[in-house]
Design a binder for this molecule. Structure first.
Ligand SMILES: Cc1cc2nc3c(=O)[nH]c(=O)nc-3n(C[C@H](O)[C@H](O)[C@H](O)COP(=O)(O)OP(=O)(O)OC[C@H]3O[C@@H](n4cnc5c(N)ncnc54)[C@H](O)[C@@H]3O)c2cc1C
Length: 333
């Protein structure tokens, strides 16, 4: 690991004034420190965010919730407000990593974790995300875990987060601050597709700090499901995941939200598929049509063709289970 300096600001202003060339924020460190050990990230200065006090979960005036960027994944998943009103989010967080990691990992850091593409982590191989312009061996190499939607010639990596898939379905808003001011970014616009600049995972500038994530008033507390399909039953990233949320009156869908993980460079939403469900009666045939629509533009690689059918089946199952109810209080650590 390359030597670095360490700063521990106690206010947002102090943290933002510390930003500069070679500096990186650090929250839980569960991703950044790994990347430093692997020589993928070589910051000269770390700005520790743990003294900024961004660690509360509060109700907002309009009935939503504001989650501080430093709230740990564990505290968020088990927060009574989140368990009661946003069980989809609790379920997604608890499907990820391990209890120890969730105790350390922060809400803001979870959004910014890097891909788990093997070639990104292997500094002995080219990777456009790690070294722009060097190439993408995953396209023709080992690509079982890679993207089937929204990929580009330059990059077929996927975004690894579970929490972000639920946040996409719940239409979260990311609050951002820099010395230039504050701004809010809709979750669907926060992460990027790779295009010809896969080194950029998201819309955040280097000098910007995530201060909070806001959720709109809860509409999907009764009918939601996060389904994660992975190689091992725990402690593994998603091959496919589905966040399904329905607002029902009787059997009729008033509103539907659907997001997929493990399929693209960002949590994948298909608003046409959501619109297709609005006003329709819950049925296996409807959910099968939705699944076909979401996957109709899929472009599998040599080793991940199985993901297309797996994603279709996962969508149907997640929507079916969401229609039956949400897992209130049933989450396991
Ligand atoms: C073995 C292992 C298994 C895992 N399994 C899963 C899994 O199954 N599902 C899953 O979703 N995740 C999984 N993870 C990833 C884990 O969730 C992330 O590492 C974690 O969420 C990152 O949060 P952090 O606070 O530790 O971020 P850090 O490592 O501190 O930071 C990550 C990045 O975010 C930046 N950053 C952090 N906070 C801010 C902020 N407020 N504003 C601006 N920039 C910021 C840092 O500069 C850095 O670039 C796993 C991790 C490991 C090590």
């Amino acid at each position: 690991m390359t030597p670095f300096n360490y700063q521990h600001p106690t206010s947002i202003a102090e943290a933002l004034n510390s930003v500069g060339p070679g500096a990186r924020f650090i929250a839980g460190g569960t991703n950044l420190v790994d990347l430093m050990k692997e020589n993928i990230e070589r910051p000269e200065r770390l700005i520790d965010l743990s003294g900024l006090g961004l660690d509360s979960v509060q109700s907002t005036a309009d009935g939503g919730v504001l989650i501080g960027a430093l709230v740990s994944n564990a505290d968020l998943a088990w927060h009574p407000l989140i368990e009661r009103d946003y069980p989809l989010l609790s379920e997604a967080i608890l499907a990820g990593a391990s209890p120890q990691l969730r105790n350390m990992a922060s809400t803001g850091g979870n959004l910014l974790q890097r891909t788990r593409c093997y070639y990104f982590y292997d500094t002995g191989t080219p990777c456009n995300k790690r070294e722009p312009g060097s190439g993408c061996p995953a396209r023709t190499g080992l690509n079982r875990i890679h993207a089937i939607l929204g990929a580009s010639e330059a990059c077929v990596a996927t975004h690894p987060s579970d929490m972000c898939v639920a946040l996409a379905a719940l239409e979260a808003v990311v609050h951002v601050q820099s010395l230039r001011g504050t701004r809010c970014v809709a979750f669907k616009d926060f992460h990027r597709l790779p295009g010809d600049a896969p080194e950029r995972d998201n819309q955040l500038d280097d000098d910007e700090l995530i201060t909070a994530i806001e959720l709109p008033p809860a509409r999907f507390a009764e009918h939601a499901r996060y389904l994660k399909i992975r190689d091992r039953a725990s402690y593994a990233f998603a091959l496919i995941s589905v966040a399904a949320a329905l607002e029902l009156r009787g059997d009729v869908i008033q509103q539907a939200r659907l997001a997929l993980g493990g399929v693209a460079h960002k949590p994948w939403r298909n608003e046409a598929a959501e619109a297709l469900m609005q006003g329709q009666t819950v049925s296996p045939a409807l959910f099968a049509r939705v699944a076909k629509l979401v996957l109709e533009d899929a472009v599998p690689l040599d080793h991940n063709g199985f993901k297309v059918e797996l994603a279709e089946r996962a969508i149907i199952r997640a929507l079916t289970e969401a229609a039956l109810g949400a897992p209130h209080g049933g989450n396991t650590p």
